[in-house]
Design a binder for this molecule. Sequence first.
Ligand code: DGY
Length: 324
Amino acid sequence: MKIFITRIIPQTGIQILKNAGIDFLQWEEKRDLTQEELIAICQDYDGLISVGQDKIDKKFLNACKHLKVIAQMAVGFDNIDVSEATHLKIPVGNTPGVLSAATADTAFLLMLAVSRKAFFMHKRILRGEWGFYEPTGNLGIELHGKTLGIFGLGKIGFELAARCRSAYHMSVIYCNRNNNPEAEAELEARKVDFDELLAQSDVLSVHSALTPETKGKFDYATFSKMKKNSIFINTARGGVHNEEDLIKALDQELIWGAGLDVTNPEPMDKTNPLLEMPNVAVLPHIGSATEETRGAMSRLAAENIVAASKGLRLPNPVNPAVFD
Ligand code: DGY
């Protein structure tokens, strides 16, 4: 089996491919492949490790029907037309679970950074503005005893909620289609409807997948229903919020602050007004960016490839129906 990998990935995954005798090539240029280039390259390969946001849509899949596996090195797979892959009987895998802690750490970091205006204050030092001490200037807000609202409580949201409870005794509410019994038992989390989530949350953190249902869900109307002193956090997908509406909501003080690890589009333009707002912290999609987590993600992606090379069910399938 010959595999094309759209980025250089950690050695953990590479070693697994080597041990299994799988041939592979990594794309080494520091730029995204165009879809035309990816389609052309994939004609010579049997499988793909997709890293980042490679556009695996109907056009790609129909041009690459011969692929025996697509292993997405991420938990999210909104860049892949899974139903078309299923229709074409191409197994698709992802890397769930292993990045929950690192991504929750990023959400926690953003929450704290926003609540104390940390990124903005750092920029003030760089601008030579660490001057006169003002007891009433640039005050943050504290998190102790506040309410954390989670939109899409899965593994990452659970990890964030656990951190917020132990660090700040925060109460946890969440909005999901299904109940999360583990979070209810262990974190006293309470399921609420969307409007109550907006009305009650002091910190509202998004952990849902990007789907037609969640796309643009956090828009002007949504922000208008949130508490004026609330903080909006998104470490999931930038498409879940409307960025222009978020800027307006912050400008008009409909909400207090925002922390983003995902933006819309990515990369964010350096002139984006969010980057200059005092109560905003933005990171360049680094949720899973630790040695440990990226190593584990490459392991799961490689294990999906190895299983496919043996004609086996993928250990982490996104479309298990292809094996029926
Ligand atoms: C994921 O795994 O979905 C992360 O956002 C990395 O892309």
